[in-house]
Design a protein. Structure first.
Length: 205
């Protein structure tokens, strides 16, 4: 999978969803990455939350089941607020349910016939590693996303035109690599009624 896809994947859709500004559009001195800037970027994989029988754990009619991702650990009130304001946007005859200040969204994946989930990824310059937190349902313990980034500037990528960007090199969900060598770009988070969460990359098989 092309790692530079992170800068474009789903951003054409999301441009209409969120008014948040990504810091790589800020002009900088050529060849320099600013220090201590919190940024976000697109996630190049799609998540599906299912039980041990492969059934959706996310119910569009029940916002308490919506996954929510945070840059820092979130309490119950933060999780509740993240799921309170949901905007439905229709694109190409698909309804997208956007929430958590526009940083998370759901839709029915017609290929998988499951509810798909996407999120922004966060980081802070010039750290090449970041950890963010995934709450699968209200009051549940957080899972983790560990991300590795590579920073780029106009000196390396003329398309940036004096700004800066990041490439995603690795994503680990609960310590399981889900980006590298994932040809389908799909990740299944299996949460059984009893026992530990498991992560399946590419398919449920």
């Amino acid at each position: 999978m092309n790692k530079t896809v992170v800068r474009t994947l789903l951003f054409l859709i999301l441009a209409a969803f969120s008014t948040a500004a990504c810091n790589w559009f800020d002009p900088i001195e050529d060849g320099k990455i600013p220090q201590g800037v919190i940024f976000y970027t697109g996630c190049p994989v799609v998540f599906y939350f299912v039980n041990e029988d492969g059934e959706d754990l996310v119910n569009i009619e029940r916002p308490a089941t919506y996954p929510a991702v945070f840059r820092v650990p979130a309490g119950e009130d933060d999780q509740d607020r993240a799921r309170q304001t949901i905007q439905t946007i229709r694109r190409s005859q698909v309804d997208y349910y956007v929430y958590n200040e526009g940083s998370n969204w759901l839709w029915k994946d017609s290929d998988e016939q499951r509810i798909a989930f996407q999120t922004y990824l966060w980081g802070k310059t010039v750290n090449t590693d970041a950890k963010i937190y995934v709450y699968g349902s209200q009051n549940a313990a957080a899972d983790s996303l560990q991300i590795k980034y590579k920073y780029t500037t106009a000196a390396e990528n003329p398309d940036l035109e004096g700004t800066w960007g990041v490439d995603v090199l690795s994503i680990k969900y609960n310590e399981v690599e889900v980006f590298e060598n994932n040809e389908t770009g799909k990740v299944f988070i299996v949460k059984p009624s009893q026992g530990e969460t498991s992560v399946k990359v590419g398919s449920l098989d």
